[in-house]
Write a protein that binds this ligand. Sequence first.
Ligand code: PEP
Ligand code: MN
Length: 274
Amino acid sequence: MEPLHLVSRKYQSEDTIVRVGDVEIGGRAKVYIAGPCSVENEEQIMQIAQAIKGLAHVLRGGAYKPRTSPYSFQGLGEQGLRFLKNAGRATGLPVVTEIMSEEEVDMVASSVDMLQIGARNMQNYALLRKVGAQKKPVLLKRGAAATIEELLLSAEYILAAGNHQVVLCERGIRTFSHTYTRNTLDISAVPILKHLTHLPVIVDPSHGSGDWNLIEPLSKAALVAGADGVMIEVHTNPEEALSDGPQSLKPEKYRALVHKLNRLARFVEEEKLQ
Ligand code: PEP
Ligand code: MN
């Protein structure tokens, strides 16, 4: 048996459309996911949700944070989930949040529209099976040292467990080059994935670079390379953010970026560049 089965274009030639609330990922329209790295308090997530409303299609925010250091802010847990859910309701935006353990899956799935599996858990097979056995769509991020085939095989676990609503996310990989960037965004993964699989592919330039100055050029590159959307960290006060401030865009910068990306997406479509 070939390693890639259910995720493969050979199994299904037409693109999978993943439905997150009323939003379709993988169709003609590019999808924008935005929000803070972490849900920090009720006002913070509500303000950011209001600021991105009308620009982004899905609100993100971490309640359970996989931090490199055990002494860094770990997220607000269930309280953060409630704040995220309220902000989503108030703005009409569907919400996505990361889960880190199998025990959290059912509880978190009952209050959000999409479950994120982060880079650090891409090969947590028990977690992959568990999200595969429930119905909410899954955003699966590429591990920092994972090959493209390993990412696809992790997605294969979720599909094999019964859930075909999976979006893949390129978020940068670890290379020798980390003086000016946190990770190296692997743009080549986008056309390769789009060729190999029918699953939607999005790009996260925030973790892919670690630097808000690089979000615009990398987002443009992602769309031109064929990504179905971009996930970008946005914060009203990046200097005070409890996580990932240096890579977060302020709302006004995000607004300007979305307008440029919309124009770029139209150009790509009209000129049939893809
Ligand atoms: C995140 O999206 O907040 C996150 C922790 O990303 P990653 O898993 O890609 O590091
Ligand atoms: Mn982050």
